[in-house]
Design a binder for this molecule. Structure first.
Ligand code: G3I
Length: 374
């Protein structure tokens, strides 16, 4: 695919039309509203334009501080139609000692992103894991199920109410299952069971009916039992009428799955699509834990893994969006969160610390260009 043919076909689908295709339903209206702002008159090309030409929404989540870097902002604008903060919306980041939530960082992020014409994704309303919950929640003050429910609803009412109409996609619940497909059973699930989903999605939907609401998890081709668990979970949500419109596949690529695992993966994606759900790759990166230390070799091996994962996943037309977890290694936070054993910095994203494209960028370009049109 040449750059010229990409640009020509990209013109066929405007960003507004794309948002309708990729997000659907009420979210299309919200997106159309966002995209109607004057800043969106700017022309973007790069990965987002290629994706758009295939009916796919492309973007990158990014660290809050990256938006203060004008060279990085320029790159983000050239490559992405959607962005969102990697950590700032997490509950334990917004609220520590008391239920009061601090909106200063997310207010600023959403404002800058919208003024620059991006759609915004919010990650995440409930990550039911002790380390990802506020200290006050873990301190034992919530005594019975009604109090746990009230705390969860208040968290979501405040956040979704404040940003109603401004967030195109909400990750409502994050990582509720283990790799073996069994529930994580975090503190909220211990108090409320499966109702955490009903409560969280209901609160998000009532506060922001136009946002596309998704369940987000770490599922990958190499975790077949997790795929079974997710299908069962999503089937239950559909049966109970829970307003979940999609599945977020994080896409932390770390190893090559076998051919039979990829065959099963495609069946899994088709089964999710058959439930009437959209599928989005939400945290695409190369988790380079087991890749060689030498940067140039690591980058090539990582790009190969990424390319194969994308090829297999984008073959399913219900996959309507691709978002990377960080756009440039200049702002990668994984080395801090999960350091490599050899102490070298991680290289998870498509651009390096000097903002130059890496082999992963070429792999992404190719995979998006080769994806069947939606
Ligand atoms: O930036 C501060 C630093 O100033 C401070 O001195 C230090 C001391 O605690 O903390 C630093 O913040 C760290 C932050 O990453 C930024 O690097 C936090 O400790 C650390 O916990 C946080 O880790 C994040 C992790 O989620 C936990 O929230 C990672 O950046 C982020 O990439 C990771 O993202 C998760 C998704 O939310 C869910 N899916 C898996 C994914 C990791 O692959």
């Amino acid at each position: 695919m040449t750059v010229n043919s990409t640009s020509r076909s990209a013109v066929a689908l405007t960003r507004r039309e794309l948002a309708g295709v990729a997000l659907g339903g009420g979210a299309a209206l919200a997106a159309a509203h966002l995209l109607a702002t004057p800043a969106t008159a700017q022309v973007r090309d790069g990965l987002a334009a290629i994706a758009r030409s295939r009916g796919i929404l492309f973007g990158s989540m990014t660290s809050e501080k990256s938006l203060d870097d004008s060279a990085f902002r320029q790159l983000l604008r050239a490559q992405c139609d959607i962005t969102g903060p990697i950590n700032a919306f997490k509950w334990h980041v917004m609220s520590r000692a008391s239920p009061r939530q601090d909106f200063s960082v997310v207010d600023r992020f959403v404002s800058i992103a919208r003024k620059s014409g991006f759609l915004v994704r919010g990650h995440t309303l409930l990550w039911d894991k002790p380390q990802m919950l506020p200290k006050w929640v873990m301190a034992g003050s919530l005594r019975d199920p009604a109090e746990w429910e009230q705390a969860l609803r208040a968290r979501i009412d405040q956040v979704c109410g404040r940003f109603a109409g401004q967030i195109a996609i909400w990750d409502v619940v994050n990582e509720a299952l283990k790799f073996n497909g069994r529930p994580v059973n975090g503190p909220f699930a211990q108090a409320l069971g499966e109702r955490i989903f009903d409560i969280a999605f209901d609160a998000a939907h009532s506060n922001d009916p136009r946002a596309t609401l998704i369940y987000n998890d770490y599922v990958m081709p190499e975790y077949p039992r997790m795929q079974d668990g997710i299908l069962a979970l999503l089937t239950g949500l559909r049966e109970r009428g829970v307003p979940c419109q999609g599945l977020g596949i994080q896409g932390h690529v770390s190893r090559l799955a076998s051919d039979s695992q990829y065959r099963q993966w495609r069946q899994f994606l088709a089964a999710v699509a058959d439930l009437g759900l959209r599928i989005m790759i939400t945290e695409l990166d190369v988790t380079d834990t087991d890749l060689p230390a030498e940067a140039s070799i690591r980058d090539v091996e990582g790009a190969d893994l990424l390319g194969r994962f994308l090829e297999e996943t984008l073959a399913e037309r219900a996959v309507s969006a691709v978002m990377t977890w960080g756009l440039a290694d200049r702002y990668e936070g994984l080395s801090y969160y999960r350091p490599r054993a050899d102490g070298t910095k991680r290289r998870p994203t498509p651009f390096d610390t000097s903002l130059a494209p890496k082999p992963a960028y070429d792999a992404l370009r190719q995979a998006l260009a080769d994806a069947p049109s939606r």
